[in-house]
Design a protein around this ligand. Structure first.
Ligand code: UDP
Length: 463
């Protein structure tokens, strides 16, 4: 696609796979529409630019130049997520300002900044100061955003902080959520959690528009509710990864080929794919229960265990001696997969997921039923919608993750409930496919987004 002058966008993703992936997919969508894209990325978790040759990458150094990286990967893998977010904001606020000013001061006109909603105020203040319009990308769903936006009310009414005695109570203001579904993150800094959430919501309210990786038929009511609350232009144009066949995350490596080769040998819809995303960490005891549950189910399984995901261990060393030999070719454990490829493979029959929004949407797009074990934040909301609203999955609560329960849940989704769940999943997949056709809602919203962004040129935004 030929890039046209005056169509330049700067993006500022949050440096985690669940946020970076949708941002890079969005970059691909803009690129297809003739925009050139520069990605400002923290030096923390800096991606390999050679994997994304269509875009210009610029690394933002941390504020303490010359000093050791205050956010080295080893330190952060076990860090409280809220503390990590605060550190990121502290470490990169000033250098982000400098980098953006340099980019905007360059020769080519910049249409706008697209920043991850979680960066909140720091991007608002900087964009205003520099005089560039700011559009926000919300990488999560609209249903969970409604719950985040309701934090002040939830605190007033005593739902937050969550009390164990009220876990199963319905939150009448946010049906169908129960108290246990509210999107919270365990942290030693609860007041900071409220601040991070408030910052995200207020930052979206003051933006020139919000882009959503969702589609109208999936979250119509929640989108309307959020729209009423934020009163800014809304662009639900998801699922991003389905806009084009050559999207930026389709590249594969040798390990992906081995995984595909293994999947090719399995029967159609026979495999349980298990993965808990890029951030969730589990205890060794839970890891062993999962391992035995998968093995005892006697179903073929593909399981992603990220190095460092099991607290206190490097990778698989806590598995009992002989476990891997015992499962033989029936199960495959890997460090990472190309999840889009895996979910699209005909051998995959169910996805045991932590219900991160990207995973949820990716599964919906392939019509794969889910077993939901949410761990934190919006994952609880997503799980409730998967099970009770879209009815394409079953819940397996983390607190009940014992080998027998696991075995039963996996067999139930693959066997007893399999047909019913698959039928509904395929219907939902059809509506995901439809929203990207010429007359579909996401295609129309994308047209509006492109016009909206191009109209920024004609505004004198900064004085
Ligand atoms: N992912 C992947 N390979 C893996 C595990 C995850 O490609 O082995 C991708 C997945 O496709 C998704 C993202 O990482 O796009 C995870 O995002 P999600 O919102 O599901 O969860 P998070 O990592 O933010 O908790």
């Amino acid at each position: 696609m030929e890039e046209r002058r005056g169509r330049r966008i700067i993006m500022f993703p949050l440096p985690f796979a669940g946020h970076f992936n949708p941002m890079i997919e969005l970059a691909g969508i803009f690129h297809h529409r003739g925009f050139s894209v520069t990605i400002l990325h923290t030096s923390y978790n800096f991606p390999d630019p050679s994997r994304h040759p269509h875009f210009t990458f610029r690394s933002i150094p941390h504020n303490k130049e010359g000093e050791e990286d205050p956010l080295s990967q080893s330190e952060t893998s076990s860090m409280d997520l809220i503390v990590l977010m605060l550190r990121l904001k502290q470490c990169y606020a000033e250098t982000f300002r400098q980098s953006l000013a340099e980019e905007v001061g360059g020769e080519e006109t910049v249409c706008c900044l697209v920043s991850d909603a979680i960066w909140g105020k720091i991007t608002e203040v900087v964009a205003e100061e520099i005089g560039v319009r700011r559009v926000v990308l919300r990488t999560g769903g609209a249903s969970s955003f409604c719950a985040f936006a309701a934090y002040p009310l939830l605190r007033d009414k005593g739902y937050l902080p969550i009390q164990d005695s009220r876990l199963d109570e319905l939150v009448t203001e946010l049906l169908p959520l129960k108290v246990k579904d509210l999107p919270v993150i365990e942290t030693k800094e609860p007041e900071e959690l409220y601040r991070v959430v408030n910052d995200m919501v207020e930052g979206a309210k003051s933006s020139s528009g919000v882009i959503w990786n969702t589609f109208e038929d999936l979250e119509r009511l929640s989108l309307m509710d959020c729209s009423n609350k934020l009163q800014v232009p809304f662009f639900p144009i998801g699922p991003f990864h389905k806009h084009s066949d050559d999207h930026p995350l389709k590249t594969k490596n040798k390990d992906d080929d081995k995984t595909t080769c293994w999947l090719d040998k399995q029967d159609p819809q026979s495999v349980v794919y298990a993965s808990f995303g890029s951030l969730a960490a589990i205890e060794e005891k839970e890891f062993l229960e999962i391992a035995w549950g998968l093995r005892n189910s006697k179903l073929p399984f593909l399981w992603v265990v990220r190095p460092g995901m099991v607290r206190g261990t490097e990778w698989l060393e806590s598995l009992p001696c002989g476990f891997l030999e015992d499962i033989g070719h029936k199960g495959k454990i890997v460090k990472w997969v190309n999840q889009l490829e895996v979910l699209a493979h005909p051998a995959v029959g169910a996805f045991w997921t932590h219900c991160g929004w990207n995973s949820t949407l990716e599964s919906i797009c392939e019509g794969v039923p889910m077993i939901c074990t949410p761990c934190f934040s919006d994952q609880h909301v997503n799980a409730r919608y998967i099970v009770d609203v879209w009815r394409v999955g079953m819940v397996l609560e983390r607190s009940k993750m014992e080998m027998k329960e696991i075995e039963n849940a996996l067999r139930s989704v693959m066997m007893e409930k399999g047909d019913e769940l698959r039928e509904r999943s395929l219907k939902l997949k059809e509506s995901a496919d439809f929203c990207l056709t010429k007359d579909g809602s996401s295609s129309k919203n994308l047209e509006k987004l492109v016009s909206h962004v191009l109209s920024f040129d004609s505004y004198a935004f900064a004085s």
